[in-house]
Design a protein around this ligand. Structure first.
Ligand code: IYR
Length: 222
């Protein structure tokens, strides 16, 4: 039994296999150039680019097509300042106490500490919320499915889109992110998932020398 109307998928396009191989390799090369940066320029980014990248994210598949995500785009300086202040308060506690030796050791190659100046410098913070359930027009609860899987896919697509457009990004995961609900006035059914820090990289930005696992290490063909 289905409630939905089916239509012909006319936007599918099959590439000849040579072209398919070339496209896959070229996309890989492009994505492998992406790096997370922690030093941003305050240069303005066109809002239209952010809007398009959000629409890319919003096109992601999701459990029962519930689209259990909300994106809050923060460009306002005062709001960014408040987010930075609250984040640094939590991070101070994280680095001082909560993390523990093993976690701090794993983080040391990244050179991170409690200070998060990029939360103010970058022109946009896109705060991604995962909706544990939806709200029907009559105020009732709507069940959401595979929420983290769905929001994870949308977030990956958002990062790919922003990189493709030529912007620098940092996925920032605050320790104890509850302050984001308060500052941004988000309802009880929304849980902060991740903050996408977006902008141009600061001039001469450096990144840690990191290695990615080889295909043999990440994949098995059976
Ligand atoms: N939220 C902290 C700690 C941190 C945790 C992980 I896992 C990272 O990959 C990077 C940082 C911070 O942002 O400093």
């Amino acid at each position: 039994m289905t409630d939905s109307k089916f239509v012909l998928w006319t936007s599918y396009f099959e590439y000849p296999s040579e072209e398919m191989i070339q496209r896959a390799a070229s996309f890989r090369g492009n994505m492998q150039r992406r790096r997370s940066v922690r030093d941003f320029s305050d240069r303005a980014v066109p809002r239209a680019v952010i809007e398009d990248c959000l629409l890319t994210a919003g096109s992601a598949p999701s459990g029962a097509n519930m689209q259990p995500w909300s994106f809050v785009v923060v460009g306002d300086s005062e709001t960014k300042r408040r987010i930075r202040a609250a984040a640094e308060m939590e991070e101070r506690e994280f680095y001082r106490r909560r993390a523990g030796a093993e976690w701090l050791d794993a983080l040391s190659p990244l050179g991170t500490d409690y200070q998060k100046p990029f939360l103010e410098t970058a022109p946009y913070l896109i705060v991604i919320f995962a909706q544990s359930y939806g709200i029907a027009p009559d105020g009732g609860k709507v069940k959401h499915y595979f929420v983290r899987e769905s929001v994870g896919i949308a977030t990956g697509m958002l990062f790919a889109a922003l990189h493709h457009a030529g912007l620098a990004t940092l996925p920032y995961t605050p320790s104890r992110p509850g302050f984001l609900n308060e500052i941004l006035g988000r309802p009880e059914n929304e849980r902060p998932f991740l903050v996408a820090v977006v902008g141009y990289p600061a001039g001469g930005v450096t990144v840690p020398e990191l290695n990615k696992k080889s295909l043999g290490e990440i994949a098995t063909f059976v």
